[in-house]
Design a protein around this ligand. Sequence first.
Ligand code: SAM
Length: 270
Amino acid sequence: MEKVHFTEEKATMLATLYGRALDSREADPVLGDHAADEAVRQIDYDFAKLGITRDSAVSVVLRAKPIDEWAADYLRQHPDALVLHLGCGMDTRFQRLAPPETVHWYDVDYPEVVELREKLYAPAPNHTNIGTSVTDFGWLDQVPSDRPALIVAEGLTMYLTPEDGTELIRRLVAKFPSGELICDVFSKLGIKAQKLNTPVRRAKATLRWGIDDPHELERYGLDLMSSLDASHWSTPDVMARLRPFTRFQLRMLKYFPALARMANIVRYRF
Ligand SMILES: C[S@@+](CC[C@H](N)C(=O)[O-])C[C@H]1O[C@@H](n2cnc3c(N)ncnc32)[C@H](O)[C@@H]1O
């Protein structure tokens, strides 16, 4: 068992890991991420204290699912791609997508997080972990710049300052010949309402960067391909497994666009 002492934004990745583990224990899981469950069983931590329940785990996996699908789509079209998985936490997206060996995958997060990944996840020839803050931009020099790039950042942008986030995008767009950025963004209301976000509050993390209109990022060299607000994430199968009140809350998103737009999954090309 690995004992861990993560705080603030680093602790939030334990909540999302636990969400995927809970989903994998369902008879009809959304992601079926059994590697997440194995990791949870090897970490000595009171996961329940982060406030993720069977119902709230659903929002974790419903966010991950379209990101997996868009990423798989890019990799089918670009089997020579390089993947930067930023703010990866303990996510096992590399295992879920199982890219061909011609794809090189970089998982990037703070050094303490990467250290835990290295203890729990097996190495692979086409996989590299980089332990750094994504905003200490020197890490980019470790990555070749001559291949199409898929950049995935799930649950990361909202923790960055707008200045750091936009500078990161500028540098990524300038570095590669072409690529896609797939990430999620919170609206300014999502940032204002952060005290209502139980795992964020319990981890004592701070959300900083709100983006109301995904087109805003186009001024940094991106071209928006798709955007899915939270009212589009759930499916009838998933709804059926939820408690009536949670189901009601998710249904309400269709009628209150400002609430649905608090969280958006976005896909850009550059
Ligand atoms: C909500 S968790 C998401 C983790 C993972 N993407 C997932 O979906 O399970 C946020 C992650 O972003 C990482 N993070 C936040 N700010 C970062 C930064 N400046 N540099 C590197 N990682 C960062 C945290 O350490 C944490 O692992």
